[in-house]
Design a binder for this molecule. Structure first.
Ligand code: BTN
Length: 244
């Protein structure tokens, strides 16, 4: 199957679709699995990946530099949010830089990795989406959720296709226009300005307030002592409730 310019390749079970994508010598491809035995999250965490319940896929693209690779994480999170909105008229929140939340609980995460094999620079954008995952009554219940708790009649395959179509469309726009055009759309779901974030600065947790989203996706924040700093990446939590 080809969606947009992306060739979709399926397997039942893999260790991690990101690891699988890295090994394969093709780009403009999407590696999809029904389950992962060693699904990986950001910051060395694991991504629980039971069979048939969720979406696990990795998009592999050739990029010209690291900045472009970073931009694709934003494009991917926007594609998920926009596809959910277009299909189900339901607005999710993007947590900077690219987690997807409903009621402040995460249902989707993105792990972007760079691969420099064969002197070419590739980015692998791994996307995990909880669709029918039972998170209630589990240890994940306070931090994770799944689309089926919030949206009736989720169709995994339909959603997957819509996300790839949306990603391809946004990618075309990204190539024709500046990144800030994508970021503006992304910020409709993130509404990042004035949010309070919990982040780690010099090894200590601190709550900071976002003052500005820069055109490269970094944020300018105000610290408790009034100091202003820029955050380029990191693990943050929204302190206040999200909008849905
Ligand atoms: C995160 O920590 O938020 C990122 C989670 C990313 C999970 C996806 S599932 C498909 C792909 N393969 C992996 O091993 N991880 C990503």
């Amino acid at each position: 199957m080809v969606i947009g310019k992306l060739k979709v390749i399926n397997k039942n079970t893999v260790e991690s679709t990101n690891t699988w994508a890295k090994k394969e010598n093709i780009t403009n491809a999407v590696f999809v699995a029904e389950s992962q035995t060693g699904g990986r999250g950001r910051l060395g965490r694991k991504w629980v990946s039971p069979e048939g319940k969720n979406l696990y896929f990795s998009i592999k693209l050739e990029v010209s530099d690291y900045i472009e690779a970073l931009h694709y994480s934003f494009i991917a999170s926007l594609a998920v949010a926009q596809a959910v909105y277009d299909l189900y008229d339901f607005t999710v929140t993007i947590k900077w830089p690219n987690d997807l939340l409903i009621n402040n609980k995460k249902f989707s995460g993105i792990l972007s990795e760079i691969d420099t094999n064969n002197s070419k620079l590739n980015v692998i954008i791994g996307v995990g989406i909880n669709c029918f995952f039972e998170t209630k009554n589990t240890e994940l219940k306070d931090i994770a959720t799944s689309l089926h708790y919030h949206i009736e009649k989720i169709d995994k395959e339909f959603l997957f296709k819509k996300i790839l179509e949306t990603f391809s469309k946004l990618n075309k726009e990204y190539k024709q226009r500046e990144f800030k055009y994508i970021l503006k759309k992304w910020n409709k779901y993130a509404k990042i300005e004035n949010r309070l974030l919990k982040t780690t600065i010099s090894g200590k947790k601190e709550i900071v307030k976002v003052i500005k989203l820069n055109n490269d996706g970094s944020v300018v924040v105000e610290r408790r002592d009034g100091g202003i700093i820029k955050l380029v990446a990191g693990d943050i939590e929204y302190v206040e409730k999200s909008n849905n």
